[in-house]
Design a protein around this ligand. Structure first.
Ligand SMILES: Nc1ncnc2c1ncn2[C@@H]1O[C@H](COP(=O)(O)OP(=O)(O)OP(=O)(O)O)[C@@H](O)[C@H]1O
Ligand SMILES: [Mg+2]
Length: 237
Protein backbone atom coordinates (compact mmCIF):
# COMPACT_ATOMS: atom_id res chain seq x y z
CA UNK A 1 0.00 0.00 0.00
CA UNK A 2 1.26 3.47 -0.89
CA UNK A 3 1.57 5.46 2.31
CA UNK A 4 3.11 8.67 1.06
CA UNK A 5 3.10 10.11 -2.42
CA UNK A 6 4.52 13.29 -3.90
CA UNK A 7 3.09 14.28 -7.28
CA UNK A 8 4.93 16.88 -9.37
CA UNK A 9 5.94 18.85 -6.30
CA UNK A 10 7.84 22.11 -6.75
CA UNK A 11 9.08 24.29 -3.93
CA UNK A 12 10.30 27.86 -4.12
CA UNK A 13 12.21 30.05 -1.71
CA UNK A 14 11.04 33.43 -2.93
CA UNK A 15 11.82 33.37 -6.63
CA UNK A 16 14.35 30.57 -6.36
CA UNK A 17 13.03 27.15 -7.30
CA UNK A 18 14.65 24.62 -5.00
CA UNK A 19 12.57 21.57 -5.99
CA UNK A 20 11.51 20.90 -9.59
CA UNK A 21 8.42 18.77 -10.14
CA UNK A 22 9.49 15.76 -8.12
CA UNK A 23 7.31 12.69 -7.87
CA UNK A 24 7.93 9.66 -5.73
CA UNK A 25 6.11 7.38 -3.38
CA UNK A 26 6.85 5.47 -0.20
CA UNK A 27 5.12 2.15 0.36
CA UNK A 28 4.00 1.14 3.82
CA UNK A 29 6.76 -0.80 5.57
CA UNK A 30 9.62 0.47 3.44
CA UNK A 31 12.83 2.26 4.21
CA UNK A 32 13.28 4.75 1.37
CA UNK A 33 16.49 6.73 1.17
CA UNK A 34 16.98 10.08 -0.48
CA UNK A 35 20.61 10.81 -1.24
CA UNK A 36 22.21 13.84 -2.80
CA UNK A 37 24.90 16.46 -2.47
CA UNK A 38 24.78 19.56 -0.27
CA UNK A 39 22.07 21.90 -1.48
CA UNK A 40 20.35 19.25 -3.62
CA UNK A 41 17.02 19.88 -1.86
CA UNK A 42 16.82 16.98 0.57
CA UNK A 43 15.88 19.04 3.63
CA UNK A 44 13.50 21.12 1.53
CA UNK A 45 11.74 17.92 0.46
CA UNK A 46 11.46 16.68 4.06
CA UNK A 47 10.15 19.99 5.34
CA UNK A 48 7.58 20.07 2.56
CA UNK A 49 6.34 16.61 3.55
CA UNK A 50 6.13 17.56 7.22
CA UNK A 51 4.29 20.76 6.33
CA UNK A 52 6.88 23.31 7.39
CA UNK A 53 7.14 24.44 3.78
CA UNK A 54 4.33 24.78 1.27
CA UNK A 55 4.86 23.56 -2.30
CA UNK A 56 4.33 26.13 -5.07
CA UNK A 57 2.73 23.39 -7.18
CA UNK A 58 1.97 19.69 -7.03
CA UNK A 59 0.36 17.62 -4.33
CA UNK A 60 1.20 15.38 -1.40
CA UNK A 61 -0.93 12.38 -0.51
CA UNK A 62 -0.77 10.49 2.75
CA UNK A 63 -2.70 7.28 3.17
CA UNK A 64 -4.72 8.25 0.12
CA UNK A 65 -5.69 11.67 1.46
CA UNK A 66 -4.51 14.95 -0.06
CA UNK A 67 -2.57 16.70 2.71
CA UNK A 68 -0.95 19.40 0.56
CA UNK A 69 -2.64 22.19 2.52
CA UNK A 70 -2.75 20.49 5.91
CA UNK A 71 -1.01 22.26 8.81
CA UNK A 72 2.19 20.67 10.13
CA UNK A 73 0.81 19.80 13.58
CA UNK A 74 -2.16 18.01 12.04
CA UNK A 75 0.20 15.95 9.91
CA UNK A 76 1.85 14.77 13.13
CA UNK A 77 -1.55 13.64 14.38
CA UNK A 78 -2.11 11.82 11.06
CA UNK A 79 1.17 9.96 11.50
CA UNK A 80 3.97 11.97 9.88
CA UNK A 81 6.82 12.80 12.21
CA UNK A 82 10.16 14.38 11.47
CA UNK A 83 13.52 14.22 13.19
CA UNK A 84 15.03 17.41 11.80
CA UNK A 85 18.49 18.06 10.41
CA UNK A 86 20.81 19.30 13.14
CA UNK A 87 18.68 17.54 15.76
CA UNK A 88 16.64 20.53 16.94
CA UNK A 89 16.23 19.33 20.49
CA UNK A 90 15.39 21.73 23.30
CA UNK A 91 18.71 22.29 25.14
CA UNK A 92 17.16 23.75 28.30
CA UNK A 93 14.72 20.89 28.76
CA UNK A 94 15.43 17.49 30.24
CA UNK A 95 15.46 14.34 28.18
CA UNK A 96 12.02 13.46 29.52
CA UNK A 97 10.63 16.91 28.73
CA UNK A 98 12.08 16.74 25.23
CA UNK A 99 10.39 13.40 24.64
CA UNK A 100 7.15 14.74 26.01
CA UNK A 101 7.26 17.52 23.39
CA UNK A 102 6.90 14.77 20.81
CA UNK A 103 3.39 14.10 22.08
CA UNK A 104 2.39 17.77 21.90
CA UNK A 105 -0.85 18.21 20.01
CA UNK A 106 -1.88 14.56 20.22
CA UNK A 107 -5.46 14.44 21.39
CA UNK A 108 -5.34 10.77 22.18
CA UNK A 109 -2.54 10.27 24.70
CA UNK A 110 -3.38 6.66 25.41
CA UNK A 111 -0.30 5.40 23.59
CA UNK A 112 2.20 7.64 25.39
CA UNK A 113 3.30 5.13 28.05
CA UNK A 114 3.88 2.57 25.31
CA UNK A 115 5.85 5.14 23.30
CA UNK A 116 8.16 5.81 26.26
CA UNK A 117 8.75 2.09 26.59
CA UNK A 118 9.57 1.75 22.92
CA UNK A 119 11.94 4.73 22.93
CA UNK A 120 13.73 3.61 26.10
CA UNK A 121 14.18 0.09 24.79
CA UNK A 122 15.59 1.40 21.49
CA UNK A 123 17.76 3.94 23.32
CA UNK A 124 18.69 2.69 26.80
CA UNK A 125 20.97 5.72 27.14
CA UNK A 126 17.94 8.00 27.17
CA UNK A 127 16.41 5.88 29.90
CA UNK A 128 19.56 6.32 32.01
CA UNK A 129 19.61 10.09 31.41
CA UNK A 130 15.95 11.05 31.80
CA UNK A 131 16.69 14.07 34.00
CA UNK A 132 19.74 15.34 32.11
CA UNK A 133 19.35 18.59 30.16
CA UNK A 134 19.15 17.97 26.41
CA UNK A 135 21.85 20.53 25.70
CA UNK A 136 24.37 18.70 27.87
CA UNK A 137 23.92 15.37 26.09
CA UNK A 138 26.67 14.38 23.63
CA UNK A 139 26.12 14.81 19.90
CA UNK A 140 25.24 11.17 19.43
CA UNK A 141 22.92 11.19 22.43
CA UNK A 142 21.16 14.31 21.13
CA UNK A 143 20.62 12.52 17.84
CA UNK A 144 19.04 9.61 19.73
CA UNK A 145 16.88 12.10 21.60
CA UNK A 146 15.70 13.73 18.37
CA UNK A 147 14.75 10.36 16.87
CA UNK A 148 13.15 9.31 20.15
CA UNK A 149 11.09 12.48 20.26
CA UNK A 150 9.91 11.90 16.69
CA UNK A 151 8.81 8.39 17.68
CA UNK A 152 6.75 9.60 20.64
CA UNK A 153 3.77 10.43 18.43
CA UNK A 154 3.75 6.84 17.10
CA UNK A 155 4.24 7.90 13.49
CA UNK A 156 3.30 5.74 10.56
CA UNK A 157 6.13 7.35 8.62
CA UNK A 158 9.28 8.64 10.28
CA UNK A 159 11.21 11.32 8.40
CA UNK A 160 14.90 11.29 9.32
CA UNK A 161 17.05 14.15 8.02
CA UNK A 162 20.73 13.21 8.26
CA UNK A 163 20.62 11.20 11.47
CA UNK A 164 24.29 10.25 11.17
CA UNK A 165 25.59 13.78 10.70
CA UNK A 166 28.57 14.62 12.89
CA UNK A 167 28.68 11.23 14.60
CA UNK A 168 31.70 9.02 15.24
CA UNK A 169 31.84 5.76 13.23
CA UNK A 170 30.61 3.50 16.04
CA UNK A 171 27.64 5.82 16.68
CA UNK A 172 26.88 5.90 12.94
CA UNK A 173 26.67 2.11 12.81
CA UNK A 174 24.49 2.09 15.91
CA UNK A 175 22.08 4.71 14.53
CA UNK A 176 21.64 2.81 11.27
CA UNK A 177 21.06 -0.43 13.17
CA UNK A 178 18.39 1.28 15.24
CA UNK A 179 16.75 2.74 12.11
CA UNK A 180 16.49 -0.77 10.71
CA UNK A 181 15.01 -1.94 14.00
CA UNK A 182 12.44 0.89 14.05
CA UNK A 183 11.43 -0.18 10.54
CA UNK A 184 11.26 -3.85 11.53
CA UNK A 185 8.85 -2.82 14.30
CA UNK A 186 6.50 -1.59 11.59
CA UNK A 187 7.34 2.08 11.08
CA UNK A 188 7.87 3.26 7.51
CA UNK A 189 11.04 5.35 7.18
CA UNK A 190 12.04 8.10 4.77
CA UNK A 191 15.74 8.69 5.28
CA UNK A 192 17.87 11.57 4.02
CA UNK A 193 21.58 10.92 4.23
CA UNK A 194 24.98 12.04 3.05
CA UNK A 195 26.32 8.72 4.27
CA UNK A 196 25.12 7.14 1.03
CA UNK A 197 26.78 3.77 1.59
CA UNK A 198 24.83 3.00 4.74
CA UNK A 199 21.66 4.70 3.55
CA UNK A 200 21.55 2.58 0.37
CA UNK A 201 22.56 -0.62 2.12
CA UNK A 202 19.63 -0.22 4.53
CA UNK A 203 17.04 0.96 1.99
CA UNK A 204 14.40 -1.01 0.16
CA UNK A 205 14.35 1.71 -2.48
CA UNK A 206 16.22 4.94 -3.00
CA UNK A 207 16.25 8.15 -5.00
CA UNK A 208 19.09 10.42 -6.02
CA UNK A 209 18.27 14.11 -5.83
CA UNK A 210 20.37 16.51 -7.91
CA UNK A 211 19.72 20.26 -7.85
CA UNK A 212 16.08 19.74 -6.96
CA UNK A 213 15.28 16.91 -9.37
CA UNK A 214 15.23 13.13 -9.06
CA UNK A 215 17.85 11.75 -11.42
CA UNK A 216 18.04 8.08 -10.42
CA UNK A 217 15.83 5.56 -8.71
CA UNK A 218 16.15 1.90 -7.85
CA UNK A 219 16.45 -0.54 -5.03
CA UNK A 220 19.14 0.27 -2.49
CA UNK A 221 21.24 -2.57 -3.93
CA UNK A 222 20.83 -1.33 -7.51
CA UNK A 223 21.98 2.17 -6.64
CA UNK A 224 24.90 0.83 -4.58
CA UNK A 225 26.07 -0.99 -7.72
CA UNK A 226 25.37 1.93 -10.10
CA UNK A 227 28.72 3.26 -11.43
CA UNK A 228 27.51 6.87 -11.58
CA UNK A 229 26.21 6.70 -8.00
CA UNK A 230 29.45 5.07 -6.88
CA UNK A 231 31.53 7.80 -8.41
CA UNK A 232 29.43 10.71 -7.18
CA UNK A 233 28.30 9.53 -3.76
CA UNK A 234 30.19 6.49 -2.57
CA UNK A 235 33.72 7.79 -2.80
CA UNK A 236 34.84 5.07 -5.22
CA UNK A 237 35.14 4.62 -9.01
N1 LIG B 1 15.30 29.46 3.73
C1 LIG B 1 15.89 29.43 2.52
N2 LIG B 1 15.92 30.53 1.75
C2 LIG B 1 16.48 30.52 0.50
N3 LIG B 1 17.06 29.43 -0.04
C3 LIG B 1 17.08 28.31 0.70
C4 LIG B 1 16.49 28.24 2.02
N4 LIG B 1 16.67 27.01 2.51
C5 LIG B 1 17.32 26.32 1.55
N5 LIG B 1 17.57 27.10 0.47
C6 LIG B 1 18.25 26.69 -0.78
O1 LIG B 1 17.55 25.60 -1.36
C7 LIG B 1 18.46 24.64 -1.89
C8 LIG B 1 18.19 23.28 -1.24
O2 LIG B 1 18.53 23.34 0.15
P1 LIG B 1 18.33 22.11 1.13
O3 LIG B 1 18.60 22.58 2.50
O4 LIG B 1 17.03 21.49 0.85
O5 LIG B 1 19.49 21.14 0.64
P2 LIG B 1 20.00 19.75 1.26
O6 LIG B 1 19.97 18.76 0.13
O7 LIG B 1 19.26 19.42 2.47
O8 LIG B 1 21.53 20.11 1.58
P3 LIG B 1 22.47 19.60 2.80
O9 LIG B 1 23.00 18.27 2.38
O10 LIG B 1 23.56 20.63 2.79
O11 LIG B 1 21.67 19.58 4.05
C9 LIG B 1 19.86 25.19 -1.61
O12 LIG B 1 20.32 25.84 -2.76
C10 LIG B 1 19.65 26.18 -0.48
O13 LIG B 1 20.58 27.23 -0.51
MG1 LIG C 1 19.80 19.18 4.43
Amino acid sequence: MTLLELKDVSVHYGRIKAIHDISFSVEEGEIVSLIGANGAGKTTTMRTISGLLQPSSGSILFDGQDITKMKAHLRVVKGISQSPEGRGIFPGMTVLENLDMGTFGLKNKSGVAESYERVFSLFPRLDERKKQLGGTMSGGEQQMLAIGRALMSQPRVLLLDEPSMGLAPQFIRQIFKIITEINAQGTTVLLVEQNANQALARAHRAFVLETGAITRTGTGKELLADPAVKEAYLGVG
